[in-house]
Design a protein around this ligand. Structure first.
Ligand SMILES: C[S@@+](CC[C@H](N)C(=O)[O-])C[C@H]1O[C@@H](n2cnc3c(N)ncnc32)[C@H](O)[C@@H]1O
Length: 394
């Protein structure tokens, strides 16, 4: 496929070729085939060269996509107030936060800034932990958060944690497997190489399909009803992550984990109409479906199957505390009140914040597509959150 997208710099193209060669070498070592999840893992997280591990700007205006904390500090301020409320209402929670995949560090910055303002009862937050896979983003976060000595970076999930866990757009950044309904049954779509070019250089990436393990297809409800040619994703990495999170919170004996992301319950995810799946690439704010384009220079992501995430958490003994649209969740958490701290008469300050909030909650933008899944142990969300709860749809 020929894509007409903004041209990458010579240096970026060189890094992309290095990543291409690294992946091609692994494909050869693996007898010509790697799973799509392994391909996506290398694309995003290969040391120094993967999209998240390498030098791409990634987030914000100069990057490839934007996220709620990059849009407005009201997002982090709202989560700061909710954390304060949770710490008061659920005494089993230790006064600490663990954030997964902190990106530029903006969300941590906004939460800690709001808490430091001190009118919300949680100024006594003992620690703010960050687990970040990308060394490049971790370095950015360290720079951004130098004024906050309570921030500590962890190399992996701790065995036990009590407190509030936050992940914004982290589950969608976890590698997925592609599966395809073939005439003779379900296939797993992996990545191989075309014949090497006449110059002896590396071949191009191509899809190679193999019969799928039944365990992969078991993640799709009513898989047999989907017709030949149906392409979709399953999420073994994110499911494994939710299981580890569950074990961590159970061991900590008190926790609330909040995941914000785009996605659907399984019954909507695996609809016959969604027959090309949800895999999407973002390059300089252009979205397209080709994960072979400029490896390492574009984000590759898939929507989240929230039913599978909730089921994995429940399997480990966590409780399902809530599932709702991002709009309902943020409004219930008080984002509207926080906007009104800027008086509407001060139009120059108020209007940009009001527009940003509109982006987060409008059903035509992020309000409906983005959901919030809350799971936990020995804790609950405040009762008002049940008004718009959609847990029954999972
Ligand atoms: C789309 S970015 C979102 C960044 C940030 N949360 C935001 O909202 O701006 C995805 C982030 O998740 C991180 N990530 C992906 N898988 C992870 C995992 N298993 N543990 C921790 N971080 C992870 C990536 O390195 C990156 O920082």
């Amino acid at each position: 496929m020929q894509l007409q997208l903004p041209e990458a710099s010579v240096e970026a193209q060189r890094a992309s070729r290095l990543l291409h060669n690294l992946i091609a070498t692994e494909i050869r070592l693996q007898q010509g085939w790697i799973s799509f999840a392994r391909y996506m893992e290398l694309l995003l997280y290969a040391p120094d060269l993967g999209y998240y591990s390498g030098g791409a700007a990634k987030l914000g205006k100069d990057g490839d996509f934007t996220t709620a904390p990059e849009i407005t500090p009201l997002f982090g301020a709202t989560l700061a107030h909710l954390t304060a409320e949770l710490l008061v209402s659920s005494p089993a929670l230790q006064p600490q936060i663990l954030e997964f995949g902190a990106g530029s560090g903006q969300l941590a910055y906004d939460i800690l800034t709001e808490l430091a303002a001190g009118d919300n009862g949680a100024a006594g937050l003992q620690a703010y932990y960050i687990v970040e896979l990308s060394a490049e983003l971790r370095a950015r976060q360290q720079l951004k958060l130098q004024a906050f000595p309570q921030v500590q970076w962890l190399d992996r999930l701790p065995a036990s944690f009590s407190g509030v866990v936050i992940g914004n757009e982290v589950l969608d950044a976890m590698p997925v497997e592609l599966v395809l309904r073939g005439a003779g049954g379900w296939l797993q779509r992996g990545v191989g190489l075309s014949e090497a070019g006449a110059d002896g250089g590396d071949g191009q990436f191509i899809y190679i399909d193999r019969p799928a393990e039944p365990a992969l297809i078991a993640q799709i409800p009513d898989a047999e009803s989907l017709t030949v040619g149906h392409l979709t994703e399953v999420h073994p990495v994110a499911i494994g992550f939710m299981r580890s999170l569950g074990a961590m919170l159970k061991a900590g004996q008190g926790g609330v984990a909040l995941f914000f992301d785009y996605g659907f319950p399984a019954a909507e995810y695996y609809l016959q109409q969604r027959d090309q799946g949800t895999l999407m690439c973002h390059y300089r704010h252009h979205a397209h479906p080709d994960p072979f384009y400029l490896p390492g220079l574009q984000d590759v992501t898939a929507h989240v199957d929230f039913t599978a995430m909730a089921a994995a958490a429940l399997d480990t003994g966590l409780d399902l505390l809530g599932y709702s649209s991002q709009a309902a969740f943020l409004l219930e958490a008080g984002i509207g009140k926080l906007l009104l701290r800027t008086p509407p008469e001060h139009a120059l300050a108020y209007l940009p914040q009001a527009n940003a909030l509109q982006k987060l909650v409008s059903p035509a933008e992020m309000g409906e597509l983005f959901k919030v899944l809350a799971v936990g142990a020995n804790a609950e969300l405040p009762a008002r959150f049940s008004r718009h709860d959609r847990s029954h749809r999972l």
